[in-house]
Design a protein around this ligand. Sequence first.
Ligand code: PMP
Length: 423
Amino acid sequence: MLASTSRTAMNDEGRHSVSFDVHRVREDFPILKRRIRGRPLVYLDSAASAQKPKAVLDAMQVAQETIYANVHRGVHTLSQEATDAFEAAREKLRAFINAASADEIIFVRGATEDINLVAATYGRKFLSAGDEIILSELEHHSNIVPWQLLQTEKGIVIKVAPIDDDGNFLLPAFEKLLSPRTRLVAITHVSNALGTVTPVRAIIEAAHRAGAKVLLDGCQAVPHMAVDMQALDVDFYAFSGHKMYGPTGIGVLYGKKELLATMPPYQGGGEMISTVTFAKSTFKEPPHRFEAGTPAIVEAIGLGAAADYLTALGREAVRAHEQALLAYASQRLSALPGLQIVGRAAEKAAIVSFVMEGVHAHDIGTILDRAGIAVRAGHHCAQPLMERLGLAATARASFGLYNTMEDVDALADALKIVREIFA
Ligand code: PMP
């Protein structure tokens, strides 16, 4: 068994060293003290939803107990304090992804709504019959179905960039798909099913050379690595709060200011208008134009606390810790007879999908649960990817910053038992 990582790395600003002590970090997550079926919880399902540190839970609790009111429309003190906290959260998210302006941060329910918003506003306004968009074989359903809905409505053409059998994104093949009709490239930054990190800089540069805009699905990237909107020069970036140790019901759509300014509203209602008469309404500037109705106020404040939490730990330290977990898990699992890791891309985040000869992924998940180990089993909302790989389902262990080398050992040992049961 390897010792758990306690390491030193540069923090996000690269200025001074921070140490990462996973056992201390685990103390921040009350749920990790739970026992499941009499065994200590080994939580390996962070890609589906990550657990929340006390800093996030407390920020939400304190907000509700001390400053809660509706935002943006009240003259009373509580409403002003709630508005300040809500807008301060927007600024925290701006800093977290290094966007140029807080006006580029739109709060919506999560990545699914982010992508539907872009399809329904940018897509409806700027795409017409015969225009092409490029997705990839790695995509989550939430970055496929909104475009299919637009295809039905508008007659746009969807092209799909291929991967190789290891799950690597094939850049030259992608570049060949670009054409003068390509309007948008919508691709995941990190695959939720395989962990592949796609070559986003090269994708963005090639798409921009071809005159296309780029949307990145950053759901699985933001928990694992620092992302920088200005350095990437990406047009849209989508992510959910609950995958980055924040609450459900809140996510961020980043959009370049000049692009958002050209887009029509998403939903109509309160908060997003400047004036309303029965004859005509006028709309606010972004981001408020895209935030109709009462927003998820407390959840936004919780997400701001999650961003602060990750920044304070140091995202480079988190990444280094998780890369060590990934290396160890890959080594231990590939040594197990009858087990095959699915997804061996050159660059991966800490997600390990696997299949076991003669055992259905759901049976693996059920037996692991008896050992207190939470993994996901199924198609991971990526049915076209499963079809590409010739699989119905995989089991997936996805690691978070609170996982330890002992968690990997527990997984590997339990998988040996699964094998024995089905031998
Ligand atoms: N994209 C990716 C890559 C994901 O992993 C997920 C969540 N599994 C989503 C999009 C959708 O996120 P949400 O359900 O939070 O909207």
